[in-house]
Design a protein around this ligand. Structure first.
Ligand code: HAS
Ligand code: CU
Length: 555
């Protein structure tokens, strides 16, 4: 391990070695979780092709146990751990100052202990409640306690970021917050508000209930609190990746970000239009049509920041491709540095987000939702978003991040590029299978391989494509871990001086309306106000909770 890292060009900054190690370990917790998650994913995909390999998994006794492991490890532990580590590093870099070591330690241990508790309860077979853990399905209390600790680790990380930004502002009066730091902090403000729902559900309803301290469960209240977090959580997965797409990828492709202000506005729109979780509850009986309608409108409003992102990132790529000599309408695209595995993986991930976003809009359309809700269309959608736009981007980020954290050269660059293509082609075939199957009524969360269903037309091909695509994704995932493990264990020593950090064409202005974008307290207040307007009426009728349901353990 080389000594310390010198940050250029914004002055000199030394990233203390303890920080580098803690950030690395935090991210490795996530990668280990991903390894378990991906392994269970293979069985889930083959299930649709009528191939049952559940019985071969050590410790995984049922389909639902495997599916719980898949969802919790991938969608909760992996993503949270990566966000904690990566966003901390981004803020530290952007502000050129170290974070609090004590808080980095606290966040790491909270995450690690929480992960062990949750994983243990899943492996024990007593918590096969899936990653949505709807009551009255009941898990072992260690499942809820573990998840609470994992969420607490994100809150500790927030405090670390906020304190650093506060100190930086005191030392730099009147200066604009650097873009990467702005995005880092907005991501965590957004998440802190978002996580209140599941945090409340977990600590005040589910944990005491699993310990026998409450007379029963309140399913509708629990579900609504869950989805209050369950929608914005998808942007907590995505925004760290957006930090890379906006502020790192332009540098990696030799381009530049075209507008600082547009990037900030996109992030603030995510922050303000936060409470739309009820679009996951279009079919829930206790929510009024009015609230469902407003949710639909707000969900479509959320389309805006994604389009701003698509435009900004595409333009940054185009600038890079044209600087490299690309001509014509699309010539620039082929001049991008495709020999860099970090770039390749992330651009392929962006491409998957195009159909991922479109299927999201289909879900959000009320009538369409009635058709596809609880079908395999939904996992088709979310493997194009979190399962590739996010996961494949994170793999791409790891191709420079792990060498940076370890002070080692990336092992197997060509294999890393092949990995990205395997995963990309795999997820497209996989999602094609699930989406077409879903349109033909193929259910999600069903052990099709174990049930003698009479197969309606359209399920057979859909299932085969899902199996083939999932197997290719699994190969892509496995290759990623080979590259990572070889880099950490046997990579050649090399000091990587800096993380990729893009220039912007339009600098942030100190005069006019732009500095108001940095007044985060106002934007936070606006977001909270919308939360109260959207969720207030529901809570008014559902509090205090009515504990009507008795615990239920299906498997
Ligand atoms: Fe979703 C269900 C609606 C985005 C994840 N979603 C889910 C579930 C997950 C999930 C996990 O309205 C399942 C939950 C469960 O278990 O039940 N989703 C949306 C909408 C969007 C959306 C409107 N979802 C995401 C993202 C996710 C994610 C992002 C994870 C990270 N989703 C829904 C709805 C449901 C749902 C309903 C409930 C379904 C049900 O009934 O159960 C939008 O925000 C998407 C906007 C995005 C875009 C794409 C912009 C494209 C970009 C890439 C640019 C490309 C470049 C490369 C630069 C419009 C930014 C270009 C180069 C070239 C040369 C072209
Ligand atoms: Cu959603």
């Amino acid at each position: 391990m080389s000594a310390a890292v010198v940050f250029e060009p914004n002055g000199k900054f030394e990233l203390p070695n303890t920080h580098r190690r803690l950030i690395a370990y935090t991210i490795y917790v996530g990668l280990v979780a991903l390894a378990f998650g991906v392994t269970n994913g293979l069985a889930q995909a083959l299930n649709y092709a009528h191939i049952d390999i559940f019985k071969y998994y050590p410790g995984m006794r049922t389909y639902y146990q495997g599916l719980t492991a898949h969802g919790v490890f991938n969608a909760i532990i992996f993503t949270f751990a990566f966000a904690n580590g990566f966003v901390s590093l981004a803020l530290s870099r952007a502000l050129n100052r170290p974070l609090s070591t004590a808080l980095l330690h606290a966040a790491f241990w909270s995450l690690a202990v929480g992960t062990v508790l949750t994983a243990g309860s899943i492996f024990s077979g007593k918590s096969s409640v899936l990653y949505t853990f709807y009551a009255p399905l009941q898990a072992h209390w260690t499942f809820y306690l573990g998840l609470a600790l994992v969420v607490i680790s994100t809150w500790i990380t927030s405090v670390n970021l906020f304190v650093s930004l506060h100190r930086w502002r005191k030392e730099h009066p009147g200066e604009r917050v650097p873009l990467m730091a702005f995005m880092a902090v907005v991501t965590y403000i957004f998440w802190d508000i978002s996580s209140l729902g599941v945090g409340t559900e977990d600590v005040f309803l589910l944990l005491p209930w699993s310990l026998g301290l409450l007379p029963g469960a309140a399913p509708m209240l629990s579900r609504t609190l869950f989805w209050y977090t369950g929608h914005p959580i998808v942007y907590y997965w995505l925004l760290p990746v957006y930090i890379s797409w906006y502020t790192m990828i332009p540098r990696q492709v030799g381009g530049a970000l075209f507008s600082d202000a547009i990037a900030r506005i996109a992030f603030l729109l995510f922050l303000c239009i936060l409470p739309v979780g009820m679009h996951h509850q279009y079919v829930d009986p206790e929510l009024s049509h009015g609230i469902k309608f407003v949710t639909a409108v707000l969900t479509f409003a959320l389309f805006m920041p994604s389009l701003l992102t698509a435009f900004s990132v595409m333009y940054a790529l185009e600038i890079g491709g044209r600087r490299a000599g690309g001509r014509g309408l699309l010539g620039w695209f082929f001049k991008l540095p495709w020999s860099d595995p970090s770039v390749t993986a992330q651009i392929l991930a962006m491409l998957t987000f195009l159909p991922g976003g479109i299927t999201g809009l289909m879900n959000a359309s009320y009538n369409m939702n009635l058709e596809i809700h609880n079908t395999s269309f939904v996992p088709g959608h979310f493997h194009l978003t979190v399962g590739s736009a996010v996961a494949l981007s994170i793999m791409g980020i790891c191709y420079w991040l792990v060498p940076f954290l370890e002070g080692k050269r990336l092992w197997g660059r060509k294999l890393a590029i092949a990995q990205a293509y395997f995963y990309f082609v795999g997820v497209l075939i996989f999602a094609r299978g699930l989406i077409s199957g879903g349109l033909a009524g193929m259910p999600r969360r069903t052990a099709i391989s174990l049930i003698p269903y009479a197969e309606p037309a359209g399920w057979r091909l859909a299932g085969i494509l899902t199996g083939i695509g999932g197997a290719l994704m699994f190969i892509g995932g496995a290759l990623f871990f080979v590259v990572m493990a070889m880099t950490v264990l046997f990579g050649e020593k090399q000091t990587v001086a800096d993380i990729p950090f893009a220039e912007t064409i339009e600098e942030p202005l100190r005069e006019g309306w732009q500095p108001s974008l940095d007044r985060l307290a106002y934007w936070t207040a606006l977001s909270l106000l919308l939360v109260v307007v959207m969720y207030g009426p529901f809570l008014a009728t559902h509090l205090p909770p009515k504990f009507v349901a008795q615990p239920f353990q299906a498997f």
